[in-house]
Design a protein around this ligand. Structure first.
Ligand code: CAA
Ligand code: NAD
Length: 297
């Protein structure tokens, strides 16, 4: 079962990166959005990232300038931007990377179940929701998988491959092979809240925010402590801005509702108030820090 034609639904922070690594891995990719503006923004990000990677390859002597230009054109040429779900009909795999809202995801998969050929494998990039519930909604629970990429997709080397009790063995193997083709190392996960990484990472981010809310330390000191004391590439508050405060809150709200007795899952007050104010992190220019483009200001 070889995956050659891929659809990616949602071309935001994660989706644009998944489009790019799939195309870099040799797949033909349909990049789907609901609005032209969001689609243009996602494709522009892919082009910017490809240019960056190409110039790094030239700097390191891995490619000549001509080879780098040809590589960019070839990868970009495998990507077809689209606003029409009908373009996903013949895909071997469709990866969903839309907003972290279970009802919206279920309704999308239910619709895709009626559009895509019966062989199409469906995957969700959800950070926190049960993959099995989306599989049920899709009407093809044996051909459904979690494919959880990490932000920024172009640079992070992991993909979590999440199977349910109903996932077909060949589908699981094909999804792992796709992850490898995207340049990632796959790890196998069961359908548990947060899989491996987020079950550990999100409660850690919560603890850091609550520490700030209690005024135990400044955000700069909390971040510096984890960078310099533990060798993390970025501190937890910078990371929350990077992930998006809205996404972090959606993850926590879902978990607190489903697992009210799990003490690791709680919602910090400042996370709620900042999301209400539209301070969603790096993507809106302010979260716990202020941002100018990709850099803290
Ligand atoms: N494409 C191509 N190049 C990129 C890029 C992209 N999308 N993003 C950054 N780069 C390049 C930068 O331009 C920079 O290049 P130069 O060295 O030539 O300047 C280089 O990569 C390094 O970037 P930065 O200088 O901005 O910063 P950095 O050295 O700190 O590295 C990082 C950035 C790799 C993101 C690093 O900080 C890191 O690993 N941070 C942790 C990220 C993390 O934990 N991610 C997981 C989030 S949780 C999640 O994803 C799951 C979930 O469900 C919420
Ligand atoms: P985002 O808000 O940046 O992007 C979501 C995109 O989906 C938007 O561009 C939106 O226009 C589009 N969209 C919404 N509904 C759509 C639909 N029905 N059809 C087509 N496009 C639609 O969000 P994100 O941060 O990229 O997160 C996407 C998913 O990836 C979420 O499930 C999130 O939990 C997960 N995830 C996020 C991160 C992270 O660090 N942000 C990391 C791993 C996984």
């Amino acid at each position: 079962m070889k995956i050659q034609n891929v659809g990616v639904v949602g071309c935001g922070l994660m989706g644009h990166g998944i489009v790019q690594v799939a195309a870099q891995g040799g797949c033909n990719v349909v990049a789907l959005e609901t609005q032209q503006e969001a689609l243009d923004k996602g494709i522009a990000r892919v082009e910017k990232s490809l240019a960056k990677l190409a110039s790094k390859n030239v700097e390191k002597g891995k490619m000549t300038a001509d080879q780098a230009a040809a590589w960019q054109t070839e990868v970009r040429g495998r990507i077809t931007p689209s606003l029409d779900k009908g373009d996903l009909a013949n895909c071997d795999l469709v990866v969903e990377a839309i907003v972290e809202n279970l009802d919206v995801k279920k309704s999308l998969f239910s619709e895709l179940g009626g559009i895509c050929k019966p062989e199409t494998i469906f995957a969700s990039n959800t950070s926190s929701f049960p993959v099995g519930e989306m599989a049920d909604a899709s009407g093809r629970k044996d051909r459904f998988i979690g494919l959880h990429f990490f932000n920024p997709v172009q640079l992070m080397r992991l993909v979590e491959v999440v199977r349910t009790d109903d996932t077909n063995e060949d589908v699981f193997a094909a999804a792992r092979a796709f992850g490898e083709a995207c340049g990632k190392t796959p790890v196998s996960c069961k359908d548990t809240p947060g899989f491996v990484v987020n079950r550990l990472l999100v409660p850690y981010m919560v603890q850091a925010i609550q520490m700030l809310d209690r005024d135990d330390a400044s955000k700069e000191d909390i971040d510096a402590a984890m960078q310099l004391g533990c060798g993390h590439p970025m501190g937890p508050l910078t990371l929350t801005d990077y992930v998006g405060l809205d996404t972090t809150l959606s993850i926590l709200e879902g978990w607190v509702e489903r697992y009210p007795n799990e003490p690791a899952f709680s919602i910090p007050a400042s996370l709620v108030s900042k999301v209400k104010e539209g301070k969603l992190g790096r993507k809106t220019g302010e979260g716990y820090y202020k941002w100018e483009g990709d850099k803290k200001s």
